[in-house]
Design a protein around this ligand. Structure first.
Ligand code: FES
Ligand code: FE
Length: 391
């Protein structure tokens, strides 16, 4: 950030703007509960949403509940071993079935209110006195299913009645960034094991976190450890936006670790031209994937309110690395620091979104151009009704 004090003059000057600069979204996009509600409806409840890591649900009846837009979704594993997602709502009088974030359903799922009981396939199998209520159709009153797809070892759910094409909306992001689909498959993410998970409760709007992830203009200022490992980041270019390119490790760097020391063996299918490189992919609206030769870092965002986002970050390694009890702390520490630095920047920005200085938004410099594309995409998804009232 420049040290120039923001005055009314400099704000309006920014919006007359020379052709090389563009405006961000106005501040109310980050503070207005009504805009957040529209995002819940048109994004999180309409698109594919990366909800849980499949392996977290180890056996039949293991469950996890997650907030997807305004809905609470229950994801569990059936006796046959398949993952299923349901609205976490009893069909009788609407009690929430599972209150915990995770746990184990012992045999069947019994509502704690009047004891309606569902099997793991969501079918209503028992209800007290049901025998006296022959009209209750056990399939008709089963749990309401939510669409689910697995990719990269994660369960992606979609609340839409007719989900958009998974290929076009989710898989396409990887193709767009890496040049071809096979490039991400090389990391074999679905076979990796969880080395570490850290959950961050960030007091910022989810879009500030996306925008931050999309640009590396800030890298030289706030990420000393990352720019040591990836010297080209010090130039402020976001390597993820150069298709197939990836950011190269510095000459002295042995691995993607906090001190540049050696990491683990390259994942078996990672190609020679992917070696010693870092790739970053954003899968809109809420997922970031980082690929390095020996591990994968996957962030899932859970937007909870206009000014609060929970981020679950998983560090994934070859199973033999995790099973051997190897010390993964040096690679975890690198991106944990990056996360803390990024989220602190987002939290520093959030309160200013309500300032009169940001009523018309801020400015995007040329190497933040793709953030402008994200804004256009967002405004279009919201129906364009909020586009540019102050531009
Ligand atoms: Fe669930 Fe009545 S609300 S059994
Ligand atoms: Fe960053």
């Amino acid at each position: 950030m420049s040290d120039t004090p923001v005055s009314e003059t400099s704000v309006s000057a920014a919006h007359q703007i020379s052709p090389s600069l563009t405006a961000t979204l106005p501040g109310n996009y980050y503070t207005d509960p009504e805009i957040f509600r529209q995002e819940q409806e048109h994004l999180f409840e309409s698109m594919w949403f990366c909800a849980v890591r499949s392996a977290d649900l180890a056996g039949p009846g293991a469950f996890r509940t997650v907030q997807v837009g305004r809905e609470n979704v229950l994801i569990t594993r059936t006796r046959k071993g398949d993952l299923r997602a349901y609205l976490n709502v009893c069909r009788h009088r609407g009690a929430r079935l599972c209150m915990e974030e995770s746990g184990q359903i012992r045999r069947n799922l019994q509502c704690p209110y009047h004891a309606w009981t569902y099997d793991l396939d969501g079918k209503l199998i028992a209800a007290p006195n049901l025998i006296k209520m022959p009209d209750v159709d056990r399939v008709e009153y089963g749990l309401i299913k939510v669409s689910l797809r697995e990719w990269l070892g994660y369960a992606w759910v979609c609340l839409a009645d007719e989900p958009p094409s998974f290929e076009d909306t989710v898989l396409h992001a990887a193709v767009e960034r890496l040049g071809d689909r096979a490039a991400i498959e090389h990391y074999g993410t679905e076979h990796l094991a969880l080395g570490k998970r850290i959950v961050y409760d960030v007091r910022a709007n989810w879009k500030l976190i996306v925008e931050n992830f999309m640009e590396c203009y800030h890298c030289a200022t706030i990420h000393p450890e990352l720019t040591d490992v990836l010297p080209e980041f010090a130039d402020g270019y976001a390597a993820q936006y150069y298709v197939g390119h990836g950011a190269e490790f510095g000459e002295e760097i042995k691995g993607f670790t906090v001190d540049g020391s050696e990491g683990f063996a390259r994942l078996p299918a990672v190609s020679a031209d992917q070696d010693r490189r870092y790739y970053a992919i954003t899968v809109k609206p809420t997922v970031f994937i980082n690929l390095v030769p020996d591990h994968v870092i996957l962030h899932r965002m859970f937007p909870m309110a206009e000014d609060r986002t929970v981020v679950e970050c998983d560090w994934l390694y070859a199973p033999e690395v995790v099973e051997s009890g190897a010390d993964v702390s040096k690679s975890v520490e690198l991106f944990h620091r990056v996360n803390e630095q990024d989220f602190e920047a987002c939290e520093r920005t959030q309160p200013a979104m309500a300032s009169r200085a940001y009523r018309k938004g801020g400015v995007l410099v040329p190497n933040e151009h793709h953030i402008g594309i994200f804004h256009e995409w967002l405004v279009e998804r919201l129906g364009g009704s909020h586009a540019g009232p102050v531009h």
